[in-house]
Structure formats: structure tokens, C-alpha cells
Design a protein around this ligand. Structure first.
Ligand code: FE2
Length: 328
């Protein structure tokens, strides 16, 4: 249909005729939308789910035989929410990654913020972030915020496995995606420091959890890694914390308008998310999409690494918790 004139539109004889005239000029009648544009509370498209590290490890070992880091920018397995084909949650994507002895994963930088929780590695696995070499030992967390150069290497004799967490789905949605390979392919180590704000060592995490546990009055202790959400954070879009469940402990039920992924840093347990029970052990990853009431429990003790988009929700005024009242 050709574009109608103002006069033809003004003389439209019926709603059906008007709708046909509106289609070619890319206008839609707001009173007759095929689907509503507003709804009373979140639709909760994404589903709670758990991914098995043991299965991922098997698949990564196969990938180690079948594809090398020359061909793969990263040898990783993306955790796809059952509700979609890429993202783990609306704003966050997780992947398991493996690098073999002697391999290097090329340096690059991108606008998405990235971080990793090391699951299995021996001394010699490392990430270089903006020229600084950071060790990757089990339980360590390494940050590569927006536009930081980063590449990985493994000088040990064992495969190194870790969990990657990125805000790529958020960046795709908002569209400020930029990516650049390093001009020298592998960034050289140029900075020597003792303590980096991009590195959280497991030993220090355990020490802080033990301290926080004493003050927690029998409840699970939670410590923040970095100052996400405080406006001074290296990570503007994601907040990180470690939660320790002592044997027999459970977290208080939470229903928050923020997406969370949990990497199991230690131990085993289960998560109840809006009636779905997810059992997990070390290395597994649980996603609890926004607005799903959830609780974690452990019979034998566990530490969960939580990554959440709460800073985004808070900055935009969308963070709510519990009974639906604004949480700020
Ligand atoms: Fe990257």
C-alpha cells in the first residue's frame, strides 16, 4: 500500500481501514496494541537454572583436543538460560573457560565488564590486566572492567579452569559495544605490583569470611569484593560478594529486582528459587533471575560467589526488594 495522504487518513471510514492506512507509515494504534507494553509486575522471562562444572569440565577437555587458542579467541562454554539461546540472565552471561599448559589466550579489550572466579588451576596460570600479571589460583577473583586490556596464559603443567561472568547482554541491549584486539597480540607484563584492586585472593576472602562469620550471630556471612555500586567501583554494572553458609545454615529468603548468578567457590548445597530446587557442588553455577524469591542452604558448608546487576538497577531507580517497595 502506498503512503496515504493526510486527506485520505482524515477520511478513513472505519478502524480497520485506518489500521491498514497506518501500517505503511509505521504508526500503530496505541489503543489496539497486539501485546501490552506495560504490565503490573515483572514477567520473569528467564528461568532459575544450575550448570554442572563436572559436565563442563568433560566438554572443555574434549574442546582442548578439538580446538586450540589459535582458532578460538577463548575456549569457553556459554551458559545459556533455558529461556534463550545466549544469555544466562537478562543482563549477565556466564561461561566456563579452560586454558591448557603453555597456551595463551590473546589480549584484547572491550566495553563489557568481565570477571572470573578460578575453579581449578595450579601456580603458573595468570591473567595480564593492563600490563599487570595477576595469578589465578582456585577461589581467586580477577576483574577486567570496561576497556581494560586482558589476556590469559598458563605456565603450569595442569589445565586451568575458571568461570567467566560478563555484562555482555546488557551492553548488547544498550548498544555501546566496542572491541579491540591488542596490537601486539599478547600484552607484555609491564607493571609490577604487590596488590591489585583487580585481584581478590582466596586466602584473603577466607580470612574476611571467618571474621564476618563471628559477627553474623549464626547467620550466613556475606562480604563484598570491591566497592561495586558505591560509585568508586572498578565494575560499574556488577556487584560481587562471597556468602558463607556454615553446615546447616540457610540464607533468609530474598526477592530482589536484580539478576544474580552464583558460582560455588566451595562445598555443596541447594537453592530454592520460586519453587525450583537446584542442587549444586563446587564449581557449579546457579542463576536466579530478578524477582524470584530464593534461598540457599547447605548441610555441610559452602561458599557462594554472587555476581549481581544490583548497581545498574540501583542507579536507574529500579531496585526493589521483598514486598515490592522501592529498596533505596
Ligand atoms: Fe575478554
Amino acid at each position: 500500500m502506498t503512503s496515504p495522504t493526510p486527506r485520505e487518513l482524515a477520511q478513513s471510514g472505519s478502524l480497520d481501514e485506518l489500521y491498514k492506512q497506518l501500517a505503511p507509515i509505521r504508526m500503530g494504534a496505541g489503543w489496539a496494541k497486539p501485546t501490552p507494553s506495560l504490565w503490573p509486575e515483572p514477567k520473569k522471562t528467564f528461568l532459575p537454572f544450575v550448570w554442572s562444572y563436572a559436565q563442563a569440565k568433560g566438554a572443555l577437555d574434549a574442546a582442548g583436543r578439538l580446538i586450540n587458542t589459535e582458532l578460538a579467541e577463548r575456549r569457553n562454554l556459554i551458559m545459556q538460560n533455558p529461556a534463550g539461546d545466549y544469555a544466562t540472565s537478562r543482563t549477565i552471561v556466564c561461561a566456563y573457560q579452560m586454558i591448557m599448559p603453555g597456551e595463551k589466550a590473546r589480549s584484547h579489550r572491550h566495553t563489557p565488564n568481565a570477571l572470573r572466579l578460578v575453579i581449578d588451576a595450579e601456580p603458573g596460570a595468570f591473567t595480564i590486566v593492563n600490563g599487570e600479571r595477576l595469578s589465578m589460583m582456585p577461589g581467586d577473583v580477577v576483574l577486567t572492567p570496561n576497556w581494560c586490556w586482558h589476556g590469559h596464559g598458563n605456565d603450569s603443567r595442569a589445565n586451568a579452569y575458571w568461570l567467566d561472568v560478563l555484562d555482555v547482554p546488557l551492553v548488547q541491549l544498550l548498544e555501546p559495544m566496542f572491541f579491540e584486539p591488542h596490537p601486539e597480540e599478547f600484552e607484555k607484563e609491564t607493571v609490577v605490583r604487590n596488590a591489585s584492586p583487580m585481584h581478590f585472593a582466596w586466602a584473603e576472602t577466607e580470612r574476611r569470611l571467618a571474621e564476618a562469620g563471628k559477627a553474623a550471630n549464626g547467620k550466613p556471612a556475606e562480604i563484598a569484593l570491591g566497592e561495586a555500586g558505591a560509585g568508586t567501583s572498578a565494575m560499574d554494572t556488577m556487584a560481587l560478594s562471597m556468602i558463607e553458609l556454615k553446615a546447616g545454615q540457610a540464607t533468609a529468603p530474598r526477592k530482589v529486582m536484580a539478576n544474580s548468578v552464583f558460582g560455588v567457590a566451595k562445598g555443596s548445597g541447594s537453592t530454592d528459587a520460586a519453587g525450583t530446587k537446584l542442587s549444586w557442588s563446587r564449581g557449579d553455577v546457579i542463576v536466579v533471575p530478578a524477582w524470584h524469591e530464593h534461598t540457599h542452604r547447605s548441610d555441610d558448608g559452602a561458599v557462594l560467589f554472587r555476581v549481581t546487576d544490583e548497581p545498574v538497577m540501583r542507579k536507574l531507580g529500579f531496585l526493589r526488594e521483598g514486598n515490592g517497595k522501592s529498596a533505596h
